[in-house]
Design a protein around this ligand. Sequence first.
Ligand code: BGC
Length: 247
Amino acid sequence: MKKILGIDVGATGIKGAIVDTTAGKMITERIKLATPKGGKPHDMIQTMQALIKEHNWEGKPIGVGFPAVILQNKVMTASNIDDTWIGKDIVKLIKKETGNPNVVVNDADAAGMAEITFGLGKNKPGTVILLTLGTGIGSALFNNGILMQNTELGHLKFKGGAAEKKVSNSARVSKELDWKSYGKALGEYLDHVNFLFSPTLILLGGGISKKFKNYGKYFPEHLNVVPASMQNNAGIIGAAMSYEALS
Ligand code: BGC
């Protein structure tokens, strides 16, 4: 059994658990800490450090899913975190502040890796897309099981703005949309994604995937959309798997 601490960094919460990466399972209860206000680099890494301490994981390998485009260890975007992240070598920063060897990938790509390896995306031919609905919308795009990294489908232009500002879970809450209005708007966005990529399957992740039956019934019928099977744990499991795959 290979054990890695998986950390799923979100704009609202930073979650972690020790993962058996061979089985694709968390072997400890997941711990969630609040993301520090402002989402600044040092503060966020301090929260990761707190998770490392909680797990007695000093000096040991960690895999991190982070809510930004990550290219060659650098943070390239900052939609829901502080702008000072942009251009920072996050792998170096985490190593310097915590001492832990680490690998960092986009958070939705991490969740997608877990779903395509152990969840409903397993052995699915053609294109499979995972969309995570949270503060933003993250995406992981696979073709015949191969990930195309950093796709950012949450930033597709939709109804005059970025899709994540219209149909993420936080948009639903701030616009006080009822399930029907939300389901219809989200369905329209999913239909657009479906038209562009002709996926075999679209998986919906994020905490709101648990409430799928409230809004999924308003999606256009021709869409093949289901809630992701690993729900909110996919991000932690996939982050740990990324360490295995990329370190
Ligand atoms: C970011 C993505 C991220 C998604 C989910 C978006 O705002 O641009 O990189 O995957 O939020 O956290």
